[in-house]
Ligand binder design. Sequence first.
Ligand SMILES: [Zn+2]
Length: 205
Amino acid sequence: MRAFERLIAPDGYEVALFPCEALYLTEAREPDEHSVYALDFLPRNALGETTTSMPCYAPFSGKIVYTGSDHNCILESDDLVHAPNGTLKYMRVLVAHSETAPILNTHYTQGQRFYTTGNFGQSSGEHLHMEVSIVDNKRDQYWNTGGIGLYNATHMWDLLYVNDTVLLRPEEYNWRVYEGGITPQRKRGKFPWVLYTRKLREKNV
Ligand SMILES: [Zn+2]
Protein backbone atom coordinates (compact mmCIF):
# COMPACT_ATOMS: atom_id res chain seq x y z
CA MET A 1 0.00 0.00 0.00
CA ARG A 2 0.97 3.61 -0.34
CA ALA A 3 0.88 6.46 2.10
CA PHE A 4 -2.65 7.60 2.92
CA GLU A 5 -4.17 4.79 0.87
CA ARG A 6 -7.58 3.65 1.99
CA LEU A 7 -9.55 0.78 0.53
CA ILE A 8 -13.17 0.42 1.54
CA ALA A 9 -15.47 -2.32 0.27
CA PRO A 10 -19.04 -1.56 -0.85
CA ASP A 11 -20.36 -2.71 2.51
CA GLY A 12 -18.37 0.05 4.23
CA TYR A 13 -15.75 -2.15 5.85
CA GLU A 14 -12.09 -1.64 5.14
CA VAL A 15 -10.00 -4.04 3.09
CA ALA A 16 -6.77 -5.02 4.87
CA LEU A 17 -3.62 -4.04 2.98
CA PHE A 18 0.04 -4.99 3.22
CA PRO A 19 1.55 -2.07 5.14
CA CYS A 20 4.55 -1.17 2.93
CA GLU A 21 5.18 0.01 -0.61
CA ALA A 22 7.50 -2.91 -1.27
CA LEU A 23 7.51 -6.53 -0.14
CA TYR A 24 10.91 -8.20 0.22
CA LEU A 25 10.93 -11.32 2.33
CA THR A 26 14.09 -12.44 4.07
CA GLU A 27 15.63 -15.57 2.66
CA ALA A 28 15.05 -17.85 5.59
CA ARG A 29 12.54 -18.18 8.31
CA GLU A 30 14.28 -19.88 11.17
CA PRO A 31 14.23 -20.45 14.09
CA ASP A 32 10.90 -21.79 15.17
CA GLU A 33 9.37 -18.46 15.98
CA HIS A 34 9.23 -17.72 12.32
CA SER A 35 8.22 -21.14 11.11
CA VAL A 36 4.62 -20.50 12.02
CA TYR A 37 3.14 -17.19 10.96
CA ALA A 38 5.59 -14.35 11.62
CA LEU A 39 7.61 -13.11 8.66
CA ASP A 40 10.51 -10.69 8.32
CA PHE A 41 10.81 -8.08 5.60
CA LEU A 42 13.81 -6.04 4.57
CA PRO A 43 13.54 -2.32 3.94
CA ARG A 44 13.19 -1.64 0.20
CA ASN A 45 11.61 1.21 -1.68
CA ALA A 46 9.11 0.82 -4.50
CA LEU A 47 12.00 0.79 -7.01
CA GLY A 48 13.53 -2.21 -5.29
CA GLU A 49 16.41 -0.24 -3.83
CA THR A 50 17.75 -0.86 -0.36
CA THR A 51 16.56 1.82 1.97
CA THR A 52 16.41 2.58 5.66
CA SER A 53 13.58 3.56 7.93
CA MET A 54 11.00 2.05 5.60
CA PRO A 55 7.59 3.46 6.47
CA CYS A 56 4.81 1.12 7.51
CA TYR A 57 1.28 2.36 7.02
CA ALA A 58 -1.68 1.23 9.05
CA PRO A 59 -3.12 -1.77 7.15
CA PHE A 60 -6.52 -0.88 8.63
CA SER A 61 -7.79 1.81 10.97
CA GLY A 62 -7.15 0.97 14.57
CA LYS A 63 -5.24 1.70 17.72
CA ILE A 64 -2.14 0.49 19.49
CA VAL A 65 -3.36 -1.91 22.18
CA TYR A 66 0.01 -3.31 23.30
CA THR A 67 3.61 -2.14 23.38
CA GLY A 68 6.62 -4.25 24.32
CA SER A 69 10.31 -4.32 25.01
CA ASP A 70 11.52 -4.62 21.42
CA HIS A 71 9.51 -1.51 20.58
CA ASN A 72 7.04 -4.06 19.32
CA CYS A 73 3.37 -3.22 19.30
CA ILE A 74 -0.02 -4.58 18.35
CA LEU A 75 -2.36 -2.47 16.23
CA GLU A 76 -5.95 -3.67 16.57
CA SER A 77 -8.64 -2.74 14.07
CA ASP A 78 -11.49 -0.46 15.06
CA ASP A 79 -13.98 -2.53 13.14
CA LEU A 80 -14.33 -5.65 11.05
CA VAL A 81 -11.90 -5.86 8.13
CA HIS A 82 -12.02 -7.79 4.85
CA ALA A 83 -9.22 -10.30 4.27
CA PRO A 84 -8.17 -12.33 1.20
CA ASN A 85 -9.28 -15.56 2.83
CA GLY A 86 -12.85 -14.26 2.83
CA THR A 87 -13.15 -13.44 6.48
CA LEU A 88 -14.67 -10.25 7.84
CA LYS A 89 -13.35 -10.04 11.37
CA TYR A 90 -11.39 -7.84 13.73
CA MET A 91 -7.74 -7.89 12.86
CA ARG A 92 -4.46 -7.38 14.69
CA VAL A 93 -0.97 -6.80 13.37
CA LEU A 94 2.18 -7.25 15.44
CA VAL A 95 5.32 -5.39 14.35
CA ALA A 96 8.73 -5.11 15.98
CA HIS A 97 12.19 -3.51 16.02
CA SER A 98 11.45 0.13 15.21
CA GLU A 99 14.02 2.50 16.70
CA THR A 100 11.16 4.58 18.02
CA ALA A 101 8.94 3.37 20.82
CA PRO A 102 5.29 3.14 19.80
CA ILE A 103 2.77 4.84 22.06
CA LEU A 104 -0.05 2.89 23.62
CA ASN A 105 -3.59 3.87 22.61
CA THR A 106 -2.48 5.93 19.63
CA HIS A 107 -5.08 5.75 16.88
CA TYR A 108 -4.22 5.50 13.20
CA THR A 109 -6.45 5.74 10.18
CA GLN A 110 -5.77 3.21 7.43
CA GLY A 111 -2.89 4.53 5.35
CA GLN A 112 -1.33 6.66 8.06
CA ARG A 113 2.27 5.87 8.87
CA PHE A 114 2.25 3.97 12.16
CA TYR A 115 5.61 2.22 12.28
CA THR A 116 9.12 2.23 10.78
CA THR A 117 11.67 -0.51 10.17
CA GLY A 118 14.58 -0.58 12.58
CA ASN A 119 17.12 -2.74 14.35
CA PHE A 120 16.03 -2.24 17.93
CA GLY A 121 15.99 -5.10 20.42
CA GLN A 122 16.70 -8.69 19.53
CA SER A 123 17.54 -8.07 15.92
CA SER A 124 20.72 -8.42 13.88
CA GLY A 125 19.81 -6.10 11.06
CA GLU A 126 17.18 -3.58 10.11
CA HIS A 127 13.94 -5.26 9.21
CA LEU A 128 10.23 -5.40 9.88
CA HIS A 129 9.05 -8.33 11.96
CA MET A 130 5.35 -8.82 11.38
CA GLU A 131 2.53 -11.17 12.23
CA VAL A 132 -1.20 -10.83 11.61
CA SER A 133 -4.22 -12.36 13.30
CA ILE A 134 -8.00 -12.25 13.21
CA VAL A 135 -10.27 -12.41 16.23
CA ASP A 136 -14.02 -12.67 16.78
CA ASN A 137 -13.93 -10.45 19.82
CA LYS A 138 -11.67 -7.62 20.90
CA ARG A 139 -11.56 -9.17 24.35
CA ASP A 140 -9.76 -12.20 22.98
CA GLN A 141 -6.24 -12.68 24.32
CA TYR A 142 -3.37 -11.08 22.43
CA TRP A 143 -0.83 -13.90 22.65
CA ASN A 144 -0.78 -17.54 21.69
CA THR A 145 -0.20 -20.26 24.22
CA GLY A 146 3.57 -20.14 23.80
CA GLY A 147 3.57 -16.39 24.24
CA ILE A 148 5.75 -15.90 21.19
CA GLY A 149 3.14 -14.96 18.65
CA LEU A 150 -0.33 -13.58 18.22
CA TYR A 151 -3.37 -15.52 19.29
CA ASN A 152 -5.21 -16.90 16.27
CA ALA A 153 -2.50 -15.78 13.85
CA THR A 154 -2.90 -16.81 10.24
CA HIS A 155 -0.72 -16.75 7.15
CA MET A 156 -0.11 -13.17 6.15
CA TRP A 157 -1.05 -13.71 2.52
CA ASP A 158 -4.47 -14.85 3.72
CA LEU A 159 -5.06 -11.69 5.72
CA LEU A 160 -3.44 -8.81 3.81
CA TYR A 161 -4.06 -7.82 0.20
CA VAL A 162 -1.05 -6.50 -1.70
CA ASN A 163 -2.72 -3.72 -3.67
CA ASP A 164 -0.18 -1.04 -4.57
CA THR A 165 2.69 -3.01 -3.09
CA VAL A 166 5.63 -3.88 -5.32
CA LEU A 167 6.34 -7.59 -4.88
CA LEU A 168 10.13 -7.75 -4.96
CA ARG A 169 10.63 -11.02 -3.17
CA PRO A 170 7.25 -12.62 -2.51
CA GLU A 171 8.53 -16.19 -2.74
CA GLU A 172 5.94 -18.75 -3.65
CA TYR A 173 3.18 -17.51 -1.42
CA ASN A 174 -0.32 -16.76 -2.57
CA TRP A 175 -0.40 -12.97 -2.32
CA ARG A 176 -3.56 -11.52 -3.77
CA VAL A 177 -4.86 -8.16 -4.96
CA TYR A 178 -8.35 -7.02 -4.05
CA GLU A 179 -10.22 -6.42 -7.28
CA GLY A 180 -13.89 -6.84 -6.56
CA GLY A 181 -16.36 -4.06 -6.15
CA ILE A 182 -14.05 -1.71 -4.43
CA THR A 183 -14.32 1.95 -3.71
CA PRO A 184 -10.73 3.01 -3.45
CA GLN A 185 -10.31 6.29 -1.66
CA ARG A 186 -7.03 8.08 -1.64
CA LYS A 187 -6.86 10.82 0.90
CA ARG A 188 -4.45 13.63 -0.10
CA GLY A 189 -3.18 12.38 -1.85
CA LYS A 190 22.30 -13.05 1.76
CA PHE A 191 21.27 -10.94 4.53
CA PRO A 192 22.09 -12.62 7.87
CA TRP A 193 19.09 -14.19 9.40
CA VAL A 194 17.55 -12.26 12.20
CA LEU A 195 18.20 -14.12 15.38
CA TYR A 196 15.87 -14.07 18.32
CA THR A 197 17.12 -15.28 21.62
CA ARG A 198 14.05 -14.46 23.62
CA LYS A 199 10.39 -13.89 23.25
CA LEU A 200 9.12 -10.71 21.70
CA ARG A 201 6.63 -10.45 24.45
CA GLU A 202 7.81 -8.88 27.64
CA LYS A 203 8.05 -11.31 30.45
CA ASN A 204 5.49 -11.06 33.21
CA VAL A 205 3.08 -9.14 31.06
ZN1 LIG B 1 11.13 -11.70 12.92
